[in-house]
Ligand binder design. Structure first.
Ligand code: NAD
Length: 434
């Protein structure tokens, strides 16, 4: 085990601290908070993997069940060389809150393997993924804990894991894991769900404020799965996406980019270029190069961090010029930055709501796997859009009623829903009448 795994990094305690502003409004029973402070169960395993050269390597894997108060645990599995158990606990806790704010019948979980997946061959990666499931077979299951893809894991890995689980329990069990390939029981619309959920929040709030798409400018940091999906929907709805960036830097054009052209070139060449394409012919368009710090300070109405955690901090929050930030990434804004942005009256749509489209369509995948009734992409989109709008309005109403920042309102809603489950099981008040 590495040092970071044995010495808590404080990530879990810091995550709990972010609850404090919401605790004043949520009025939950102290026992509910006590339940959240203690993850339900943690399993640490070692996974022996036969390498292609005949050698043996042992990998460490973890799975955290933070809470199953509202339903089976749900959350991603990541492959990363610097896996930090305390960070996994924090992420599992956020999943508990995310599933509660979306009113999904799930609790929170998270897990992963300490590995650099790029250093393994495809066969080694398959053996590792199947080995992980063999160790976890009694800890996961469609009624107990349902993993999903996360950092450096993907649909193919989810497919291997489902197949291994099914072999071990002697029963085809697609509902044990979500984010699978379509041919192995995945859901239509899962690949664009996170971007779509963020778009619905943004579009609904813009309407609430009377912002017209054609006069509303957007900057997006990160042009991968979530960033591209939200950019495409914004473009289709008539918003002006004026700046985008990836890990190598960004481009800015105040007239707005033709997003389908940008996506086509980025996915074909792996480079972010300011282009306009007709058919297979792409021409350069005028744009300025900007770096990854500059994109956060671009003069745009809306900023969408869709890449990494911790990009807006106490050091750069006062440079943000957007009126609204939609957190598609997990945890892009730290607590200090939150205070600065609140003082500047920047609306922050928090990650537990803004990027919850992904887990919502994972829930739809699980329903489809259990019922055997598979939905069209149109049905998935309709249900996701309606569900996002409903939950967003609960948060919006709470924020307006108590004059709260969105993050506080979202956590307040999540805490109240978790509290209902705790109260339903009975607290001291029920058993002792006080
Ligand atoms: P991805 O790997 O597909 O894309 C990430 C993008 O960020 C890439 O374009 C990469 O070039 C870019 N990037 C990396 N470092 C950068 C930097 N320093 N500055 C600017 N861009 C940088 O990942 P994704 O699935 O789109 O996820 C993005 C974020 O959204 C992550 O924080 C993830 O946890 C979160 N998220 C994703 C989902 C989902 O379903 N995909 C669900 C919930 C949350």
């Amino acid at each position: 085990m590495t040092k970071s795994q044995t010495h808590p990094s404080g990530a879990f305690d810091r995550a709990l601290e972010r609850l404090e502003p919401a605790l004043k409004h949520a009025e939950i029973h102290p026992e509910a908070l006590e339940r959240l402070r203690h993850p339900k169960a943690i399993l640490s395993v070692s996974i022996p993997v036969r390498l292609d050269d005949g050698g043996l390597r042992i990998f460490q894997g973890f799975r955290v069940h933070h809470s199953d108060l509202r339903g089976p645990c749900k959350g991603g599995l990541r492959y990363h060389p610097d896996l930090d158990l305390d960070q996994i606990k924090a992420l599992a806790f956020w999943m508990t809150c995310k599933c509660a704010v979306m009113d999904l019948p799930y609790g929170g979980g998270k897990g992963g393997v300490a590995v650099d997946p790029k250093a393994l061959s495809p066969l080694e990666l398959e053996r590792l993924s199947r080995g992980f499931v063999a160790r976890m077979v009694d800890f996961i299951g469609p009624d107990t804990d349902i993993p999903a893809p996360d950092v450096y894991t993907n649909a193919r890995i989810m497919g291997w894991m489902m197949d291994e689980y099914s072999t071990l329990v002697r029963k085809r069990t697609p509902a044990v894991i979500t984010g699978k390939p379509l041919s192995l029981g995945g859901s239509c619309g899962r690949d664009t769900a996170t971007g779509r959920g963020g778009f619905v929040c943004l579009h609904e709030l813009a309407r609430d404020r009377g912002w017209k798409p054609a006069q509303t400018t957007v900057a997006i940091q990160g042009f991968g799965n979530a960033g591209q999906a939200v950019a495409r929907l914004l473009h289709e709805a008539g918003y002006k996406v004026i700046a985008v960036s990836d890990s190598k830097g960004g481009i800015l054009n105040r007239d707005g980019f033709d997003i389908p052209s940008l996506i086509k070139t980025k996915n074909e060449t792996r480079e972010l270029k300011a282009v306009y394409c007709e058919g297979s012919v792409c021409e350069s368009v005028d744009a300025d190069r900007i770096d990854n710090d500059e994109i956060l300070a671009v003069e745009a109405d809306i900023l969408i961090p869709a890449a990494l955690a911790g990009v807006i901090t106490g050091d750069n929050a006062d440079q943000v010029r957007a009126r609204m930030i939609v957190e598609l990434a997990n945890g892009p804004i730290d607590a200090e930055a939150d205070e600065i942005l609140n003082a500047k009256e920047v609306t922050v749509v928090p990650d537990i709501l803004a990027n919850a489209g992904g887990v919502t369509v994972s829930y739809y995948e699980w329903i489809q796997n259990r019922s055997g009734d598979y939905w069209t992409e149109e049905t998935v989109h309709e249900r996701l859009d309606a569900h996002m709008r409903t939950q967003l309005h609960y948060v919006l109403d709470l924020a307006k009623k108590h004059d709260l920042p969105f993050r506080t309102a979202a956590y307040t809603l999540a805490l109240r829903r978790i509290n209902e489950a705790v109260e339903a099981l009975g607290t001291r008040r029920y058993f002792n009448g006080d």
